[in-house]
Design a protein around this ligand. Structure first.
Ligand code: ATP
Ligand code: MG
Length: 242
């Protein structure tokens, strides 16, 4: 494996709660890695640690072989790694184009270049018709796409997506999956948290499974999905036995 991202022995406590306990994994360059596990498993906290929003109590994170542990999210974004949020947070007083232009300004000081980049990525995510609309009027699906466009505006090499299908209407899921594949085909490495396991296994090269802050499985999607520990984590021991 040629890892672009490494997470090594990361632990996070929130007061008395161990949100992450000694989590390690690597992500290969240009891979789509899926992250699965029940509510509260620590998936979003893991993204927080990688992108610099949450400071780990132990462990380290490396991007292209260089430590990013303890750096700010702005610094990490400039190094080429960004995340989207489970609940997207666009600047609602701005238009779609202004939101993405602002993100693109992390890589250039030239507003005209940033605006051009923003138009390009809004087109890539299928929102070119929305450029001049206020983002306050965006539907859930549009907000998810806008959030991805804002991330792409920073020209990332690694993109962390937190539940990109959450709240997306069933008729638009295939389009969203096709978008994620196109982003990967342009050379971006993707790490995708998703509760829609069927959709995720359709695009992921590999899965890691988590429960109660621990990584419990790591491998080919079909192997992880049939792993007893994941089935028990989702269903509970009694139901899994049944
Ligand atoms: N800032 C915080 N302060 C205190 N506890 C937190 C904080 N963030 C998360 N937690 C707790 O840490 C645990 C892991 O939360 P996290 O959001 O990472 O789970 P998740 O796997 O993303 O769940 P979901 O699938 O519901 O999004 C949960 O018990 C959550 O309540
Ligand atoms: Mg989460």
């Amino acid at each position: 494996m040629n890892p672009i991202l490494r997470v090594e022995n990361v632990s996070v406590r929130f007061g008395g709660l161990q949100a992450l306990g000694d989590v390690s994994f690597a992500v290969a360059n240009n891979e789509i890695l899926g992250v699965v596990g029940p509510n509260g498993a620590g998936k979003s906290t893991l993204f927080g640690v990688i992108c610099g929003d949450v400071h780990p109590d132990a462990g380290s994170t490396l991007l292209a072989g260089k430590s990013i542990t303890g750096k700010s999210s702005d610094e990490i974004a400039r190094s080429g790694l960004v995340r989207t949020f489970q609940t997207p947070r666009p600047f609602t007083t701005m238009t779609f184009l202004e939101n993405v232009t602002l993100a693109a300004l992390t890589k250039t000081n030239d507003v005209a270049i940033a605006r051009e980049r923003a138009r390009l990525v809004l087109d890539q995510v299928g929102l070119s018709d929305c450029c001049d609309r206020p983002s306050s009027g965006a539907s859930t699906g549009q907000r998810k796409r806008l959030d991805i466009a804002r991330a792409l505006g920073t020209e990332p090499s690694v993109l962390l997506l937190d539940e990109p299908l959450g709240g997306v209407d069933p008729g638009s899921i295939a389009d969203m999956l096709a978008l994620l594949k196109r982003i990967r085909d342009r050379g971006v490495t993707l790490v995708v948290i998703e509760h829609n396991l069927e959709a995720l296994t359709g695009i992921a090269d590999r899965l890691i499974a988590m429960t109660l802050g621990k990584k419990i499985a790591d491998g080919a999607p079909k192997d992880v999905m049939s792993d007893d520990r994941l089935v028990r984590a989702y269903l509970g021991d009694d139901d899994a036995a049944a």
